[in-house]
Design a binder for this molecule. Structure first.
Ligand code: NAP
Length: 544
């Protein structure tokens, strides 16, 4: 493909993570021509960029894996319950090679603009390398957590040591041996990285603004023959997985699918001795929203569950002041739960210090290290695990111009994302968003959601082809109803409580409009709704 050349393909697919690869495969199987575009120099998306030490998936690998190809499923061997980043990157490369997908992708190329042309009913997709593809459809598979945010800390770039970001970590890793390391951020990435860095570094200082709700992953290698037995059983595993609201029967080592089928007691109606007895019996699980029915809907119940969580931390962490600092101040269940390997124990090490930024914030980064209101910390390396402009960031960074030249981000920045089913946006015909805002996406096993979306999209394109239709577009009324429905599902609970500062709400990005972005009704319910809509001749969509 020559820079600047205009090439007609049926579909341009943006992104070569699991979403993009799945889409490319399904499009090719269905006989569409396509062009993939990927900013990185390899496949993998999340698992390409987030190469930080300790990175690991929180869903069991037999479920966090593709079911689209029997060969891929049968030929790949997982080595442990939840794969680490390196294994997932190897797997996604295996998928790309086994399904021969690499030849469809232009790497090291970022889509910068896409413009809808009403007269020809085509999109013009342009990149930072000067490519311009004219196509009938665009599918974005840009990821929900792929637009890094740089923390707004004065002097960030003045540091004369090494500055690293978990979400752009160097390929091949980084040797922290003998170094004084500062880690900023204690979300999933920071929590996973902490124990691994602590084992290597001379000293690790963890700068914590918000404490984390995290529990032990329960990861382990397979027992002899265990994986082979599971592999024999993939059909059953997939059936259970896809019937679950989370698109996974398990979160970490916990059988959440089963738990969600039972109604647990209310914590506020349970005497304290009984709560503590459950803590002794069930461990961390007793301090999660899975254990108590009222925790996600009643803030008092939430505080009671947090007390149990604090008790568990006190049992793990020797220094009482550090243990107290590790207790979150926001509601349990408002942010994505985290699973870890040895997080709290790490704070018992002599070479680890926790700096609770609630007692004095970071004031600036200097050439020597980090200064806070509590004092200065000289460092050799700073690792930022400070998160993403989630769900909308990657799309808003592209100039997407739909009907009448309207720029998609103008509306999304002003009002929050608006879409029908999280799949299409009114005013932007023939543009599909895999795991877009308004779909279950980040509340589920992402691979299950990716498979469901890509399947729906390719069936939709097949329908248009057989009917001789050129365009499909979300109707504004259907979109408004959907946006209202998505908001209603989160209403009243801790997810939207004023004290919740999750990235689901955009609350981690200064100035971002506060809207609960994912669909919280469960992937199983959502899939049925999408299928019903398709069966009803794509109700709520205008086809022409
Ligand atoms: P994150 O959850 O947004 O955490 C970012 C952390 O950085 C928070 O503790 C935040 O504090 C802190 N922070 C941000 N700006 C700061 C500043 N200026 N000064 C001090 N602290 C600052 O990001 P993440 O850890 O990368 O995780 C994002 C999501 O990716 C996860 O929720 C999860 O969905 C996914 N993920 C999954 C896995 C897994 O499945 N195993 C692993 C990693 C990531 P505040 O909370 O106070 O803003």
């Amino acid at each position: 493909m020559q820079a600047g050349a205009q090439t007609d393909v049926d579909v341009v697919v943006i992104g070569a993570g699991f979403g993009g690869l799945t889409m490319l495969y399904r499009l090719r199987e269905a006989g569409f021509s396509m062009q993939g575009v990927e900013a990185g120099d390899g496949v993998g998306g999340t698992w390409f960029w987030n190469r930080y030490p300790g990175a690991r998936v929180d869903v069991q690998s037999v479920e966090y894996s593709l079911s689209i190809s029997r060969e891929v499923q049968d030929e790949w061997t997982w080595t442990e319950l939840m794969a680490p980043q390196e294994e997932l990157e190897r797997y996604v490369n295996f998928v790309a090679d086994r399904l021969d997908l690499r030849r469809h992708i232009k790497f090291e190329t970022r889509v910068t603009a896409m413009t809808w042309d009403e007269a020809s009913a085509t999109w013009l997709v342009q990149t930072d390398k000067g490519d311009a593809w004219r196509c009938r459809f665009v599918v974005t598979a840009v990821g929900c957590l792929s637009a890094p945010i740089e923390p707004a800390i004065e002097g960030l770039h003045s540091f004369k040591g090494e500055t690293l970001y978990t979400n752009r970590f160097p390929k091949g890793g980084y040797d922290f041996s003998g170094k004084r390391v500062g880690l900023v951020g204690t979300g999933s990435s920071g929590v996973q990285a902490t124990p691994v860095i602590a084992r290597q570094a001379r000293h690790l200082t963890v700068f914590q603004r918000s404490a984390a709700y995290t529990m032990p992953a329960g990861n382990r290698p397979w027992a002899p023959g265990e994986f082979e037995a599971l592999r024999e059983n993939y059909d059953e595993i997939r059936a259970v997985q896809f019937a679950s609201p989370l698109g996974a029967a398990r979160f970490g080592a916990v059988a959440v699918g089963e738990l969600m089928r039972t109604v647990p007691p209310n914590i506020l109606e349970t005497p304290m001795e009984e709560r503590l007895a459950r803590l002794d019996r069930d461990g961390w699980l007793a301090a999660t929203p899975f254990a108590w029915a009222d925790v996600t809907v009643d803030i008092e119940a939430n505080h009671a569950a947090r007390e149990l969580y604090a008790e568990l931390i006190r049992r793990q962490v020797n220094d009482p002041e550090t243990a107290a600092a590790l207790v979150p101040h926001y509601p349990m269940g408002c942010k994505r739960p985290i699973i870890d390997i040895g997080y709290f124990e790490t704070f018992n090490r002599d070479n680890v210090t926790l700096v609770d930024l609630r007692k004095g914030a970071i004031t600036r980064v200097t050439p020597e290290g980090i200064e806070t209101e509590q004092g200065a910390f000289p460092l050799d390396v700073i690792v930022y695990a400070t998160g993403f402009d989630a769900m909308t960031g990657a799309l808003n960074r592209i100039d997407i111009r739909g009907q009448n030249g309207a720029l998609m981000r103008d509306a999304w920045i002003a009002e929050g994302p608006r879409s029908y089913l999280g799949l299409m946006v009114a005013g932007f015909p023939n543009l599909f968003t895999i795991t877009g805002p308004g779909s279950p996406s980040v509340l589920t096993n992402m691979i299950s959601s990716i498979e469901q979306h890509s399947s729906w999209i390719v069936q939709c394109l097949g329908h248009l082809r057989t009917q001789g239709l050129k365009t499909i577009e979300a109707e504004p009324d259907a979109q408004e109803d959907w946006v209202t429905h998505v908001a209603s599902l989160a209403q009243g609970g801790v997810r939207v409580h004023e004290s919740c500062t999750s990235w689901y709400l955009g609350a981690n990005v200064p100035g971002k409009v506060r809207v609960y972005m994912p669909y919280a009704g469960g992937l199983n319910v959502y899939r049925d709704r999408c299928d019903e809509i398709a069966s009803a001749g794509y109700a709520g969509f205008a086809l022409a």
